[in-house]
Each structure stands twice: as C-alpha cells, then as structure tokens.
Design a protein. Structure first.
Length: 346
C-alpha cells in the first residue's frame, strides 16, 4: 500500500528547512550513535539553509529576509533530492509554533501557497514536539524523557497524563544561546557551541563556576556573567574556561534529566536540539543512563538541529489522527508551549 508523503517546512529561527517523509517505508540512518529502527517512517529529503552572522545573535528581520530569499530554492531542492514533484506530495506541514514571528510567517506563507496551488491538505504543528517525535521514530525508543537542548529552548519533556509535559526548563536563556553568547564575548563568532567544544578538548583544569539548578529548572544568566568576568580578567586559560563551562552546564542538564526519569519512572532518555550534537554532553548522558540501567538514544545530528524532516514527520502523525487544518483559519502561534498541545496521536 502506498503511504502518505509529507513535505514539512521549518522556519522557527535561523534555519529555513524543507524535509520530505514517507510513512510507509523503513528507514536507515547512518550515524555512529545509530539505534536499530523498528518503525516505518523514511526521510526522502532533508534540505536546509541557515542564516549565520559573524557577529552572532539572530536579528529577526535579517533572518526573515534570509528565509524569503531561499525558501523557493530549499523546497525545490528537497523535491529534487527525493526525486518527486509537488503532485507526489500528499500533505504539507509547517512549524506553526513556537518561534520568532517574522520567521514563522515566511514558512506558513510558503506552506499556504503550496497548499492552495496544488490543492493539498495543510497542517500546522509544534516545533518542540516535532524534535521529540522524530527521535522516537528514528530510534527504537517508545516512551522517553527528552532532553531538548537547543539555542532558544532548554526543556525536559515527557509524555504524562495525555500530554507532553515540561518537567524542567531554563528560567532564562536556552543553553545554546548561552554558549553562543559566551563565544561571542570571546570573539569566536556564531554558532559558538561547536567552537567552545573544540577549545574545551584542550582544557586541563576545572575552574569553579556557579552551578544553578532550582528545583527542576536551570538558569544560565549568572554563569554567563561569571564566565565573561573571568575571561575579561585575563587570569584564566581560555580552554580551561570552555572546559569548565561545558562540564558545569551539562552536569546541570544531566541532573534534571535524571531526576525527571526517576520521577516518571521512565527508562529511556532521548536527546534533541542543536546542543545535543555535543559529544561531551552525549557522553555524560550515556554514562548517567548506564548507571541507572536506562537507554540513551541519540538521533543523527541532521535531525537534532532544526530541520524540515521532523516537521514532515509530525505532520504525518498528527494528520492521521486529527486531519488537516482549515487554511483560512491558520495562523502562527509564536508563544505556544509544549504542554499547550493537545496530543491526539498517542
Ligand atoms: P530551537 O528553535 O529548537 O530552539 P535553534 O533555532 O536554537 O532551535 P538548533 O539548530 O536546535 O537551533 O540549535 C542551535 C544551537 O546549537 C546553537 O546555539 C549552537 O551553538 C548549538 N550547537 C550546535 N552544535 C553544537 C555542539 N557541537 N556543541 C554545542 N552546541 C552546539
Ligand atoms: Fe529546534
């Protein structure tokens, strides 16, 4: 039986992405952290174009203009990569929430234009939940606690009582924005996470930093100020600062993830978000899981960073349970929270 093929459009922040997924084919993923695949759901294409700046930080209008300039090409490149044309697409999904309003609008307008022109159903979905569901289908995990560590977001999410609930989150910046901010201060450019990782590999000595876990939540503002002051004093080795920065904030993330696993009595941890590409964070998560007899699932980097494939996948599973949205009533929801979403597909 022919499955459904969905074109998913991502545009919450710096990335404009278009992904195509087929829900009837088995998937193979190539990644050193590959997990066996159980379910069907194959990525046919996953193309993206990201706005970057030398100085760092995302300027919403510049990101919007970036998306406007590349949107048609990214969608066409995804179709070409999959060897498909619009007539082969059964459904169009887009990230409706949460994100920067000017960026979200570009993705929604592109999705609406394609839906109207080719008479395809359309569905708007939540970006954070898409991070979780793509991990669930590509890895063999069933009911994980997710550590979602990206630029703008840092949340511990798990399915509980019919909803994806947030068990812990950042009280200020996302961990990625925190890393980017510190990197920018050191003149390292954007994105800063990978640059801090490289420097941290050369770090030898741990420098004491504030460790900020409040209940189940974390906060990075004070740590960032402290790091900047230490850097400005010129008294500390930069690699040691990067090393200590990673060790401290990743330990905070692992601590709250572990407590959520204990509280929910779940035996699976799933990683997502751009910062989850960090090998040191992955090592710490794997070690924590091994110590509590749990499994740690790490999807390929290409679906942990912002991407269209996860939007396509979330579109497919939601469409099968609740149908499409009314194009005339569709609007962006920049502030929707993970736990506001009615979960119809589980
Ligand atoms: P979201 O909209 O989900 O909040 P986002 O727009 O911030 O996501 P992502 O692609 O999920 O984007 O993540 C980007 C962040 O990931 C940047 O802050 C970047 O520095 C960080 N990052 C990427 N690779 C690494 C790495 N290897 N180590 C640490 N941080 C990384
Ligand atoms: Fe994201």
């Amino acid at each position: 039986m022919k499955g459904l093929i969905c074109l998913g459009i991502e545009s919450t922040a710096h990335t404009f992405g278009a992904g195509i997924m087929d829900d009837s084919l088995k998937s193979k993923i190539s990644n050193s952290y590959e997990s066996p695949i159980r379910k069907k759901g194959k990525i046919l294409a996953n193309v993206k174009d990201s706005y970057t700046t030398e100085k760092g930080g995302i300027h919403p209008t510049e990101a919007k203009n970036h998306h406007i300039a590349c949107k048609d090409k990214v969608v066409q490149d995804a179709l070409d990569a999959a060897g498909l044309s619009m007539k082969d697409i059964d459904l169009i999904s887009f990230s409706q929430s949460p994100g920067m309003a000017p960026c979200l609008v570009v993705g929604m307008e592109k999705a609406k234009a394609l839906s109207a022109e080719y008479k395809k159903p359309i569905i708007g979905i939540n970006h954070c939940i898409a991070h979780l569901e793509i991990g669930r289908v590509l890895c063999k995990c069933k009911d994980p606690v997710m550590l979602y560590a990206s630029g703008a977001n840092t949340q511990i999410i798990a399915y509980d009582g019919g909803k994806y609930r947030i068990f812990g989150e950042t009280l200020d910046n996302g961990v990625g924005n925190f890393l980017d901010g510190f990197a920018r201060h050191m003149g390292l450019g954007f994105p800063g996470g990978p640059k801090i990782y490289e420097l941290a590999l050369k770090g030898k000595e741990y420098i004491e930093l504030p460790y900020v876990v409040k209940g189940m939540d974390v906060s990075f503002g004070g740590i960032q100020t402290n790091l900047k002051q230490k850097f400005d004093s010129g008294k500390f080795n930069v690699s040691d600062l990067c090393y200590s920065c990673q060790e401290t904030v990743f330990a905070m993330l692992v601590e709250v993830a572990e407590r959520a696993m204990a509280h929910c009595e779940k035996k699976e941890l799933l990683l997502g978000g751009g910062v989850a590409c960090n090998i040191r964070l992955q090592e710490m998560c794997k070690r924590m899981c091994a110590e509590r007899n749990a499994e740690c699932y790490i999807p390929p980097n290409s679906v942990m960073i912002d991407n269209g494939a996860m939007i396509a996948w979330e579109g497919l599973i939601e469409f099968k349970s609740r149908g499409g949205d009314d194009i005339g009533k569709l609007d962006i929801k920049p502030y929707e929270r993970t736990d506001d979403v009615k979960v119809s597909w589980r």
